[in-house]
Design a protein around this ligand. Structure first.
Ligand SMILES: [Zn+2]
Ligand SMILES: [Zn+2]
Length: 596
């Protein structure tokens, strides 16, 4: 029996996404389109090999994959193709689908350009726009040609083969747990992720895992046999490299206990940080590698003398350095700060007292006010702000003054219940107010004055030029009722670039007005990022770390916000939602209005 070509998870996801995109262009049933898009996304992020799932007859158990799509995938995996999919791919050229990727294009425009002007690739689109041919089409003008050319340019700079930390981290931790479970107890003495994942970088190239074990061969075999492994790229006695179904490469190294500190330091990186540490070691007469220090003979120790470190902190201490938290290891001044023993005490998960940005069923959330409150309480939070989208967002049904009044009744009732039961928890009423295209806000000043916390964010007209979008945002920041600027750059990692907003001016205005800068913890956003967070602190801004939860599990991503904050040198004192309720509220603008 000959086996058909094995499709990888990524290939299957690409095919399903391609089907979804073509259905979009053909204006098919909306739910059918969404079904394909969801299935593609789900399979792309799957750790297990789709072929194995198929073999076990469990395709339909994959979240987002129903019976219909499950059968089609089964067919696809068995035969390498599916006649219905093939027909769709033939009908709509790939070039037209690619055109949809150009910012601002969308399926409707792509379809019209293809059908009415015969444009069937991004290259052809560029040429037509350059030659001013698009303006012949109703609804297109010189302005849209300019926009499209700019969009194509943006598209070409988007080369990101890295994996979001939101995907990589749970995968890596899951593999570590599975590895431990697969081996007799105590086979693994120590195990930890290193590399950019340990530094909480927003995207990850490869995953590096280190471990200490007296039985490396056993560990290697168990690692390579994990169900997530789609392909074995390297199989040594103390090092193995595997590729997961989603294309992520994971390396596991077994090191000796006495080398653990140096190995962990070496494989955590960054390269730049390690160069700085190595140079420092050399000045003291030691050469540093993944095993430890070796005397060069230029210092007091005899040439060739070795020093090993079972703990990372001991290595740093030997070199006269404070232990540097992994998040700071980017050679952004941390080595010098560690020498002077003035590294900051970074904010940590346990510091958060509550959150100031999250959604309920009043807008696009799936949890009720009470359900979200319970989820917040379960995390040990003392307060949580209901901040549903205001009107003005278009696609999402937002809250207006009337809906807010009804919501206030529900919030008051929940708080009264807490008081009765002696529960130290307070629901706040806020809103994520839309900053409209002209800088006006989605709620009136009068309505905002009645809210406890106002987050202002941009979700629309994100392709405005630098001057326009910055002025728009500044207008919101100068509004005395706006307390927090939500996900300031609007980026979605790997899929949407940040707006052209002038963050320096925005952060200056935030400091001037006391507007709090949000670190949105959603791993697809992480907005502001580490660099802007640090700049915000330098300028004297306050930070809020919010999950922007849209369901009861949505607060479990807080650690990604904390990781980003730590990379930005943020301490607990810089973050308003590490404060008890009253102190936190006193940090916000508009205090008088709230005291009324
Ligand atoms: Zn938002
Ligand atoms: Zn939100």
């Amino acid at each position: 029996m000959t086996e058909p070509t094995r499709l990888t998870n990524r290939q299957v996801a690409d095919i399903l996404a391609g089907v979804g995109a073509r259905l979009q262009i053909l204006d098919a049933n909306r739910f059918r389109i969404i079904a394909f898009q969801n299935a593609a996304e789900s399979i792309r992020n799957l750790a297990q090999d789709i072929n194995a799932i198929n073999a076990a007859g469990e395709l339909k158990n994959i979240p987002g994959v129903g019976k219909g799509i499950g059968d089609a995938i089964h067919h696809l995996l068995a035969n390498g193709s599916d006649p219905e999919f093939d027909a769709l791919f033939e009908q709509v050229p790939q070039g037209v689908v690619d055109m949809m990727q150009v910012p601002d294009m969308g399926p409707k425009k792509a379809k019209r350009l293809w059908e009415e002007l015969g444009i069937d690739s991004v290259d052809a689109l560029r040429t037509a726009a350059e030659q001013g041919k698009l303006r012949d089409l109703k609804g297109f003008g010189a302005k849209s040609e300019e926009k499209i050319l700019k969009g194509i340019e943006l598209l070409s700079t988007r080369v990101d083969e890295r994996t979001s930390i939101g995907v990589a981290r749970p995968l890596a931790l899951g593999m570590i747990a599975a590895l431990k479970a697969a081996l007799p107890p105590e086979t693994i003495e120590r195990i930890e992720v290193a590399g950019s994942l340990r530094r909480w970088k927003e995207t990850i190239g490869d995953v590096d895992i280190l471990c200490v074990s007296g039985q490396p061969v056993l560990v290697m075999e168990a690692f390579r046999s994990l169900p997530e492994v789609a392909h074995i790229a390297g199989a040594g006695e103390t090092k193995s490299s595997v590729v997961l179904g989603n294309g992520l490469q994971v390396d596991l190294r077994v090191v000796e206990a006495k080398n653990w500190g140096a190995a962990l330091q070496y494989f955590t990186g960054s390269k730049e940080h390690n160069v700085a540490v190595r140079e420092l070691a050399l000045k003291q007469g030691w050469s540093l590698n993944e095993y430890g220090l070796t005397a060069t003979g230029s210092g007091d120790a005899a040439e060739g003398e070795q020093r090993f470190f079972a703990e990372e902190a001991d290595l740093y201490a030997f070199l006269g350095l404070e232990w540097v938290p992994p998040e700071l290891r980017e050679n952004r001044g941390e080595v010098q700060a560690a020498r002077q023993h003035r590294l900051p005490t970074l904010v940590a998960m346990g510091d958060l007292q509550g959150e100031l940005h999250g959604h309920t069923t009043y807008s696009d959330g799936t949890g009720s006010v009470a359900e979200m409150a319970e989820a917040a309480r379960a995390r040990g939070y003392r307060y949580w702000s209901v901040s549903d989208h205001s009107v003005g967002l278009g696609i999402v049904q937002g809250v207006d003054a009337d809906k807010l009044r009804r919501q206030r009744v529900e919030i008051d009732a929940y708080n009264a219940h807490c008081t009765e039961q002696g529960i130290d928890f307070r629901l706040l009423q806020g809103s994520e107010v839309e900053i409209l295209a002209d800088g006006a806000l989605g709620l009136s000043d009068e309505v905002m004055a009645g809210l406890d916390v106002v987050v202002a964010s941009i979700h629309s007209a994100q392709r405005q030029d630098r001057e326009t979008i910055t002025a728009r945002c500044l207008k919101a920041i100068y509004n005395p009722h706006v307390d927090i600027l939500g996900h300031p750059t609007g980026r979605l990692i790997g899929s949407r670039p940040p707006t052209e907003i002038d963050m320096e001016r925005v952060l200056q205005a935030c400091r001037e007005t006391g507007t709090v800068v949000e670190i949105n913890a959603n791993p697809a956003r992480l907005d502001v990022n580490d660099v802007y967070a640090r700049r915000a602190l330098e300028l004297g801004c306050k930070i809020a770390i919010n999950c922007d939860a849209h369901d009861v599990l949505g607060m479990e991503i807080a650690e990604f916000g904390i990781g980003t904050a730590r990379r930005g040198w943020v301490t607990a004192a810089d973050v308003v939602n590490t404060l008890p309720l009253d102190a936190m509220l006193a940090c916000l603008k508009d205090v008088q209005a709230k005291d009324d």
